[in-house]
Ligand binder design. Structure first.
Ligand code: OFO
Length: 164
């Protein structure tokens, strides 16, 4: 049986993961409007992954006899000035989500909720990858600089991403 405090924190995380999904979908919409279909593809897959993250929390709460309570989602940003700016925002967002996951681990340990602590370890590892993969893309953007052909090639590269 999960404590009320932990249940609320996990429900808040469902909202944060769904917002991540919404934010990346908004970035995908921006990229599609700008005809960067490869970047849009990458963001759509990312958005789906975030939905799956939210569902992991959803199912976990059910397993521990908790109650899922959904709340309103914040409106995501809809415009960026250039592609790199959107990926920089994605990176900032993943750093923020990592902090949230670490706070959840801290709370689980404080509450002596070892099951939740164990469940959260998957997210601890996942966040390493989430932050690193966006950082890697940002590095590529920096190498590309103002070179339009290289930017087009990066767009194609990200267009080859497939769902996990
Ligand atoms: Fe769910 O990892 Fe990104 O936000």
């Amino acid at each position: 049986m999960i404590s009320e405090k932990m249940e609320k924190a996990l429900n808040d995380q469902i909202n944060a993961e769904l917002f991540s999904s919404y934010l990346y979908l908004s970035m995908a919409a921006y990229f599609e409007a700008e005809n960067w279909t490869g970047f849009a593809n990458w963001m759509k897959i990312q958005s789906n992954e975030e939905y799956e993250h939210a569902m992991k929390f959803f199912h976990y709460l059910k397993e521990v006899s908790g109650r899922v309570t959904l709340a309103a989602l914040e409106k995501p940003k809809t415009e960026w000035n250039f592609p790199l700016e959107a990926f920089e925002d994605a990176h900032k967002h993943e750093v923020y989500i990592t902090k949230r996951i670490n706070d959840l681990v801290e709370l689980a340990q404080l509450e002596k909720d070892y099951a939740t602590n164990n469940f959260l370890q998957w997210f601890v590892n996942e966040q390493i990858e989430e932050v690193a993969s966006v950082a890697q893309i940002i590095n590529k953007f920096r190498i590309v600089g103002d070179n339009k052909v290289a930017l087009y090639m990066l767009n194609n590269e990200l267009g080859s991403r497939t769902g996990s």
